[in-house]
Design a protein. Structure first.
Length: 239
């Protein structure tokens, strides 16, 4: 309940009360929450105060606003451990979610200097450029642009539309060894927000991965844009 004599701001107390209901599971993901007016009446505060609490919870990913419909409890974020080197297909399956890909474009391009250096090939050698939207249970999670040297293996649309790139690579007799990866915060640009079905300017995570085979050769360079409201990356640390 709200304590009006507390030094804690009212909006913060409301925010915490709503957060608790979501975290305890009293309010299920996907359910619609009361209107600002109803909250204001229940808590006997102004609508401005309620709005501030709700805005913060939307920004933190606990709630999602749907234009003309209302405000809903968000789905739980996918927690991804940054430990094993796994594929999107494996990650989703291990959570009981159905992975899928929309192949946006697939072409052979000539590597520019930077790409050639990272993939350890000669500049102007060909690379596959693969743009995919990755979905879990039909919900878009990430946009991925992958570069793979053409001389390494044969890739066809079919391998990318239905299957997993990593499975294809392994079925072709390669062993994937390790990767280096970076993560940084950003905001969704217009085109990205449309594909990911989020608001323009919503938080996203930019992830870059460079993966190596056991032969020591680079397999891929991947630039991805992950939805900030659906993903949480976890790292275990030991002192
Ligand atoms: C993940 C990897 C990506 C890899 C893809 C293969 C991250 C940030 N990226 O999305 O580098 O190419 O899996 O997925 O985790 P697939 O085998 O399902 O096609």
């Amino acid at each position: 309940m709200i304590d009006k004599t507390s030094p804690l701001p009212l909006y913060y107390q409301i925010e915490e009360a709503i957060k608790q209901k979501i975290e305890k599971g009293d309010w299920e993901p996907g359910s619609m929450i009361s209107s600002e007016r109803e909250f204001a009446e229940n808590y006997e505060v102004s609508r401005m105060t309620v709005r501030q609490a709700i805005n913060n919870l939307v920004n933190d990913g606990y709630l999602t606003r749907s234009k003309g419909k209302g405000t809903f409890v968000s789905s739980k974020k996918i927690e991804q451990k940054l430990l094993g080197l796994t594929s999107f297909t494996e990650d989703m399956k291990s959570r009981g979610l159905e992975p899928a890909s929309k192949l946006v474009s697939f072409q052979k391009i000539q590597a520019n200097h930077k790409l050639a250096k990272s993939l350890e090939i000669q500049p102007s050698e060909e690379v596959y450029e693969i743009k995919r939207v990755r979905l879990a249970d039909d919900v878009p999670m990430a946009i991925e642009t992958t570069f793979v040297p053409v001389q390494l293996l044969d890739l066809q649309e079919i391998h990318l539309k239905k299957g997993s790139l990593y499975s294809h690579v392994e079925n072709a007799g390669f062993y994937i060894d390790y990767a280096t990866q970076s993560l940084e915060a950003s905001i969704a640009r217009e085109a990205e927000s449309e594909i990911l079905e989020i608001a323009k300017g919503a938080p996203v995570l930019l992830i870059q991965r460079q993966t190596y085979l056991t032969t020591g050769k680079p397999l891929e360079i991947v630039h991805s844009v992950y939805r900030g409201d659906r993903y949480k990356f976890m790292i275990d640390m030991k002192r």
